[in-house]
Design a protein around this ligand. Structure first.
Ligand SMILES: *Cc1c(COP(=O)(O)O)cnc(C)c1O
Length: 363
C-alpha cells in the first residue's frame, strides 16, 4: 500500500478567500501573492486557479515569476523583492514582470537598460528592511524622470511592520508617512497592505492591496484564527494511522521518553513527521483530528511519524485518516502550539508530501 500522507488543496476555498479579500479591499485592486510556491500549495496550480480572478500576481523573485509564465498565464507579475542582476531588467521587460526597485544598484540597472519593464519604487515607511527613505524620494524620482523608462513607472509600494496587531500605532504612522511621501506624484499608483491590513477597520489600501496568507485561509492577525476571520481552510494535511495500541501506565512513547502514560492509554502512530514539514516543536497536547473528533499529539514528533492519544476516538483503526490541520483543526492552532505562524507551517511542507487538488468549478 502506498504511503498516503497527502496535502489536499481546495481551490474553491482559495478562490472564495480571494473574493473575500476583494470585498474587504473596497475600491482597491487586489494582486494575489503566490510567492514561496503559493505558500506551499503549488504555485502553478494556485496561480491557474486564481487566473480568472486576479488582474496581477505578486511573487518574491524572478524564478517564481517564470513559473507563472511557464504555466501559460499572461497576467503581469510583480516582483516584490525587485531583481538581483542587471540582465533581469530585460527579462522583466520581455515578460511582463514588474519589479519593485528598492536600491541605487537596481536604479543603475534600469538606467542602463535598453528596454524597460513597468516598475514600482519601494518606499521605506518604517519597516526598515528595504526601500528609499521618504526624504530621498524626490531625488530618486527626479533621477528617473529623465529616462525614457520613466513612462513605465507604475507607482509606489510600502509594507507594514505591525498590521497584525490592531492596537499598534505603527500602521497609522506608516500610512501617513507613505501618503505624505508620495503626495507630489498624484498620477502614480500606490500599494500598501498585506493580508492583515484588510482586517484593520478604516485602513486605507490606496490602489492595490497585496494579500498572501489570507488567500490560503491562514490568519494574519495576532490571537485570531483564520476560521474566526471568516476564511476557508485551503490545505488539509492528512496522514494514515499505521498502528494503534494500548500503552501501559508508566510506559513512555518516542524519543527522549519525555511523555509517560499516567494511565493505560490507547494511542496511535501517524505516518507524518518533520521530514514532511510537520513542525517538530509541536509538543504533547497539539490538536489533530480523526473521523471528525479532536485528538492530541503525545511525545516528540519524529522524522517520519508522530504519536497521538486516541482516548477521544477509541473507534479509530489502522488506515483511518488523521487530519493534522484542515477543516477540523485550524493551521493557526497548530502554529500556536509549535511557537510559530501558519505561514511557516504551510510553506514548510516538503516535497515528500504530494499535493492533491480539488475543485468543483473548473479553474
Ligand atoms: C509576502 C508579502 C505580502 C503578503 O503578505 P501576507 O502577510 O502573506 O498577506 C505583501 N507584500 C509584500 C511586500 C510581501 O513581501
Amino acid at each position: 500500500m502506498p504511503r498516503s500522507t497527502v496535502a489536499h488543496v481546495d481551490l474553491d476555498a482559495l478562490r472564495s478567500n480571494y473574493r473575500k479579500a476583494c470585498t474587504l479591499a473596497g475600491s482597491a485592486n487586489v494582486m494575489a501573492v503566490v510567492k514561496a510556491d503559493g505558500y506551499g500549495h503549488g504555485i502553478r496550480e494556485v496561480a491557474s486557479a486564481l487566473a480568472g480572478e486576479t488582474p496581477k500576481f505578486a511573487v518574491a523573485c524572478i524564478e517564481e515569476a517564470r513559473a507563472i509564465r511557464d504555466t501559460g498565464l499572461s497576467q503581469p507579475v510583480v516582483l516584490l523583492q525587485g531583481i538581483h542582476t542587471a540582465s533581469d531588467i530585460g527579462e522583466c521587460a520581455a515578460n511582463g514582470f514588474e519589479p519593485v526597485l528598492h536600491s541605487d544598484q537596481q536604479l543603475a540597472w534600469l538606467e542602463r537598460a535598453r528596454s524597460a519593464p513597468a516598475f514600482w519604487l519601494k518606499v521605506n515607511s518604517g519597516m526598515n528592511r528595504l526601500g528609499f527613505f521618504p526624504e530621498n524620494l524626490s531625488d530618486v524620482v527626479g533621477r528617473l524622470s529623465r529616462l525614457e523608462a520613466f513612462s513605465r513607472f507604475s507607482g509606489f509600494v510600502t509594507h507594514f511592520a505591525c498590521a497584525d496587531d490592531p492596537q499598534s500605532p505603527m500602521t497609522a504612522q506608516q500610512t501617513e508617512r507613505f501618503k505624505q511621501a508620495t503626495l507630489p506624484w498624484p498620477g502614480a499608483m500606490r500599494s500598501v497592505g498585506n493580508s492583515a491590513a484588510h482586517f484593520l477597520p478604516g485602513q486605507e489600501l490606496f490602489d492595490w492591496s497585496r494579500p498572501g496568507i489570507m488567500l490560503y485561509g491562514g490568519s494574519p492577525m495576532l490571537g485570531r484564527t483564520g476560521l474566526e476571520l471568516g476564511l476557508k481552510p485551503v490545505m488539509s494535511l492528512e496522514a494514515p494511522l499505521i498502528t494503534t495500541r494500548t500503552v501501559r501506565a508508566g510506559d513512555s512513547v518516542g524519543y527522549g521518553a519525555g511523555w509517560v502514560a499516567t494511565r493505560d492509554t490507547v494511542m496511535g502512530m501517524v505516518a507524518i513527521g518533520y521530514g514532511d514539514g510537520y513542525p517538530r516543536h509541536a509538543g504533547t497536547g497539539t490538536p489533530a483530528a480523526v473521523n471528525g473528533r479532536r485528538i492530541q499529539l503525545i511525545g516528540r514528533v519524529s522524522m517520519d511519524m508522530l504519536a497521538v492519544d486516541l482516548t477521544n476516538a477509541p473507534e479509530a483503526k489502522v488506515g483511518d485518516r488523521v487530519e493534522l490541520w484542515g477543516n477540523t483543526v485550524g493551521v493557526d492552532e497548530v502554529a500556536l502550539c509549535a511557537g510559530t505562524i501558519s505561514y511557516e507551517l504551510l510553506t514548510g511542507i516538503t516535497a515528500r508530501v504530494p499535493r492533491a487538488y480539488r475543485s468543483r468549478s473548473e479553474a
